[in-house]
Write a protein that binds this ligand. Structure first.
Ligand SMILES: [Zn+2]
Length: 144
């Protein structure tokens, strides 16, 4: 079993490093690729969804064929944004908090619910904090 990691940046600061089994992200990509074949096959070649599709196929190949753990750093948006689906379900392996210099496992991470704005201009999601209440990750779940 292999793992990949990526770095979480908040306000230009590397706040954490998230470690996840490669299989978990491959599952997310497979689902996206299936949907793409169902709904998006006839899009023009330069459509954003097409670019996304090509990137998912490329990354799926890297994740499937790797023989070592992979560190994607902070650069690949298709890694961090699609990993949200794994993190949402609390299925990551661990999160390394840069402030504590400590690796935390899922049962040591707290999910806090946030929301802002009102009526048509509202949004909400989750903020993840370590045992010492440091911000390690956040994502949006809905917006109106
Ligand atoms: Zn911490």
């Amino acid at each position: 079993m292999h793992y990949y990691t990526f770095t979480v940046i908040n306000n230009d600061e590397a706040v954490s490093k998230i470690k996840i089994e490669t299989d978990k992200l491959i599952k997310v990509y497979n689902e996206e690729i299936k949907n793409y074949h169902k709904y998006c096959k006839n899009l023009p070649k330069d459509a954003p969804r097409h670019t996304e599709y090509k990137n998912l196929v490329r990354l799926k190949k890297i994740l499937s064929e790797t023989e070592t753990d992979i560190d994607f750093g902070e650069k690949d948006q298709y890694i961090s944004s699609f990993s949200i689906k794994v993190i949402m379900h609390n299925e990551f392996h661990s999160i390394f908090c840069s402030k504590c210099r400590t690796e935390y496992f899922p049962n040591e991470i707290t999910y806090k619910t946030w929301s802002q704005g009102e009526s048509l201009f509202a949004s909400g999601g989750k903020t993840l904090v370590c045992n010492e209440d440091h911000f390690v990750f956040g994502y949006m779940e809905w917006n109106s």
